[in-house]
Design a protein around this ligand. Sequence first.
Ligand code: GLC
Length: 408
Amino acid sequence: MFIHWGLYSLAARHEWVKNRECLTDEEYKKYFDHFCPDLYDPKDWARRAKEAGMKYVVITSKHHEGFCLWDSLFTEYKVTNTPWGTDLLKPFVNAFRDEGLRVGFYYSLLDWHHPEYPVDSRHPQRDNHEFRKNDEQRDVLKYAAYMRNQVEELFTQYGEISSIWFDFSFPGKDGKGRDDWESQKLLDLVRELQPDILVNNRLDLPGTSDFETPEQFQPHEQPKDENGNPVAWEGCQTFSGSWGYHRDENTWKSVEQLLGMLIDGVSKNGNLLLNVGPTARGTFDQRVCDRLEGIGQWMIKNERSIYGCGAAPVGWLPPNECRYTWNSKTKRLYLHFLAWPFKYVSLSGLKDKVIYAQILHDASEVCFYKTEENGNGNFIPSPDDLVLELPILKPDISIPVIELFIGN
Ligand code: GLC
């Protein structure tokens, strides 16, 4: 579970609202002055995440607006100075750990509030010439040092942090990249403080990250490095078209669509980081809860096709509208149906490889079609294919899965 939470949650119209509406610090201040998530209950969040099948969480310790969810010594722009008044991260980290989830932090490289952060093409004051003039007095290297100080706080006060999500670099004209962030120093510090951590790929330091982060799209195959070798990746996705809480955004994906994205990711060796934007009261919106519950219902019966699974062996190509996932330890192949076919499904190259097949959620046998016995003369499968006989009606589950036991 990804969590985007900050002052923008009050505006409730996208976490980039300060940028999109070119708001000044003065104009944005009302959100700071009214930040008071009185219904904040991280135990409830953690329980919901766990019940949806999530294994880890990543929260925005600081997003582009610059506001910090913890009591940082290096800024006054932090939760402890809002009406709420206390650190949000400690109870968060504890609640999620208690539910058995690992904890990661998102930390924004961009900062639209820090006084030493020079204006660039993404800054809310990019068109404000007066404001820009003061760039001469802004020193990005002081800002880079500030980031290291904060990262040190985050990585020494909250126990083991399993991943860090730096966001993001946009080198080139009017942009910022590794020289501005002093990315290498930042990375060295992270690895020194948390040797087992996984670091994402947005520091503008090619070849140093642990995973790629395709955002808001499903890659058509597993991403590769410059040498063509497949790399670890995690797709990050929203329920609707915003990361921060957006009251009036209505493109909410269905449970089935979200499950399809999860399955598609696993079938390409990827993870899914699915984002929740909690409200400024500290709650999950009902639209979020409904979807998390739907995903959880499916996971109870089908998690075997997800956990510990990855891409199927090369050459095993799934039928149309289907995805395979493969557990190499148990030697079980999972066939997911994004659309339900009529009566037969042919599995290319699997003839004589499968010793038993069942629908996963109710363990009901799926029979093999044998031309001699079941054939009507019109349907003659190709000799290398295994053909399964399916019920005419789609089983009563959003995405049906067939579990195939592969023999030696
Ligand atoms: C982006 C956006 C951002 C969001 C992030 C999540 O780069 O700037 O608002 O936090 O992606 O992947």
